[in-house]
Design a protein around this ligand. Structure first.
Ligand SMILES: [Ca+2]
Ligand SMILES: [Ca+2]
Ligand SMILES: [Ca+2]
Length: 177
């Protein structure tokens, strides 16, 4: 286990606890899905529905795989097991990554502008400085755009326990977790 991956996981747990009660439950994902969809006013209903479904699937996968004591909530200790068998989350994370990146590209040209990226990542709960650092690490074009595929890969890398020194680490540096 790499420290980088654990730091990334710890940050996600903190952000995903959207109602701030110290554990993850279905309500956190409902609130977060609503916040993220609200941050994508130019996206069509199909893309928004895909995002809501991806958040719901994310929660269902977590509770299926990690809720050791079966109380319907995921504590931090339960959550850290996510890094022990990442392959069980691959399909869910892929679906989540593709749905989120698609929301960032409402006009479907395969490119994501910085303000759209910032709005979505802010809705999830990341800090502005870290969001900008991540966008810069993705190597934006002269017109300050990144590709959808770059973001999808970045999200998957973020969840990969074996990856270190990746763009996504910019989300963790300096963050209060
Ligand atoms: Ca919570
Ligand atoms: Ca539990
Ligand atoms: Ca676009």
């Amino acid at each position: 286990m790499q420290k980088d991956a654990l730091d990334r996981v710890a940050l996600i747990f903190t952000l995903f606890d959207h109602n701030g009660n110290g554990h993850l439950e279905a309500e956190d994902f409902e609130i977060m899905a609503a916040d993220v969809v609200k941050a994508a006013p130019d996206s069509d209903e199909t893309a928004k529905d895909a995002m809501r479904t991806a958040f719901q699937r994310y929660w269902e996968t977590l509770v299926d795989e990690l809720d050791s004591d079966r109380d319907g909530e995921i504590t931090f200790d339960e959550y850290t097991a996510v890094v022990l068998s990442p392959e069980r989350f691959d399909a869910t994370i892929s679906d989540f990554a593709e749905s989120l990146a698609a929301l960032g590209d409402p006009d479907g040209d395969g490119l994501i502008e910085r303000p759209v990226f910032v709005a979505l990542m802010t809705a999830i709960g990341f800090e502005r400085a870290n969001i900008d650092a991540l966008f810069d690490a993705f190597g934006p074009s002269a017109s300050d755009q990144i590709t959808v595929s770059t973001w999808v890969k970045g999200i998957k890398d973020y969840y990969s326990p074996t990856k270190t020194g990746i763009a996504g680490d910019h989300l963790v540096s300096g963050a209060t977790v």
